[in-house]
Design a protein around this ligand. Structure first.
Ligand code: B1M
Length: 242
């Protein structure tokens, strides 16, 4: 019976040891199996894995493997969309845990993916980790023209502007945003952090950003150190004033 075969093929994730479970989760992510990725995420957490370890070793690594086959023309957009959905389902379990650090309010950040670009998994991760570190994060989503950044900055008055780009064709748009802020004389009102797989430090320098962030954890470290500097100079100005 087909039904019985299906059951026989099903893998009991909870019976796997950690290494095999993580490998199986990479496969399940690759196959876009949302429920299985969620189940695997929960099992690892129940076994005492830290949320960040589950995120990096099971989910992010799984998506890295997907990226290789996408690049090589083995996977196509509809399949990769299913992988992305599975990854997001796993991330939704981790989000409250990553955000529950109880850290004091560190500052405020507006973050969005630039115009022409709809990749949002990395940006979402950065937003999650920043929230976990005590930042208030306003996520303006994907495909943002400069006007969207400007209105979010005006409305929310953040300390930090974060921009994400995953395509070599969209990353130059970061310069359009930064140049517009310069033209308006408000560039130095914000710490500007940029990230995304095709970027590097040189690029961040070239477009006039304050820093390139390699991943979500590094983004948190860099944001904290800029905030400390900012608060230090503010304290110095206040001390001078009286
Ligand atoms: Co796209 N895609 N994609 N894709 N996609 C890439 C980026 C690509 C490298 C795949 C490949 O060829 N190997 C390639 C770009 C090539 C290039 O530009 N040189 C590519 C392409 C070509 C395309 C299309 C053009 C394909 C097509 O239509 N023919 C198309 C473009 C659509 C568009 O944006 N206009 C497209 C579409 C898609 C999907 C919709 C199917 C899907 C996106 C779903 C979604 O995001 N909701 C998708 C995916 C999933 C990928 C890959 C496989 C995975 C990206 C990802 O989520 N990584 C990707 C291959 C790859 O990157 N290896 C690929 C996991 C994530 C955790 O990492 O995003 O790097 P990442 O984020 C990291 C850091 O970069 C950093 O921190 C994050 C967390 O650690 N970071 C920041 C990111 N943003 C930051 C912002 C910050 C700080 C740090 O601000 C302060």
């Amino acid at each position: 019976m087909a039904g019985e075969d299906e059951f026989e093929d099903e893998i009991d994730l909870s019976a796997l040891d950690n290494a095999d479970l993580v490998k199986q989760m990479h496969d399940d992510l690759y196959d876009g199996l949302e429920d299985e990725v969620v189940e695997g995420t929960q099992i690892l957490l129940d076994r005492g894995w830290a949320p960040y370890k589950v995120l990096t070793e099971a989910l992010v690594e799984g998506m890295r493997i997907v990226g290789i086959d996408f690049r090589d023309g083995i996977l196509f957009v509809p399949e990769v969309l299913m992988c992305a959905r599975a990854m997001k389902a796993g991330m939704s379990i981790l989000k409250p845990l990553l955000a529950e650090s109880g850290a004091p309010q560190m500052g405020k950040m507006v973050i969005g993916t630039v115009k022409g670009d709809i990749h949002d998994i990395g940006k979402n991760l950065v937003a999650m980790m920043m929230e976990g570190a005590g930042f208030e994060v306003i996520d303006i989503g994907i495909n943002n023209p400069v006007e969207d950044y400007l209105s979010a900055l005006e409305e929310h008055q953040p300390d930090i502007l974060g921009m994400s780009a995953l395509l070599t064709t969209t990353m130059p748009y970061m310069k359009v945003v930064i140049d517009t802020l310069k033209e308006k004389g408000i560039r130095n009102d914000y710490i500007i952090l940029v990230g995304g797989a095709p970027l590097n430090e040189e690029f961040a320098d070239a477009v006039g950003a304050d820093a390139y962030c390699r991943d979500a954890a590094v983004s948190v470290e860099i944001a904290k150190s800029f905030m400390a500097k900012r608060q230090g100079s503010l304290a110095a100005v206040m001390a001078q004033a009286g």
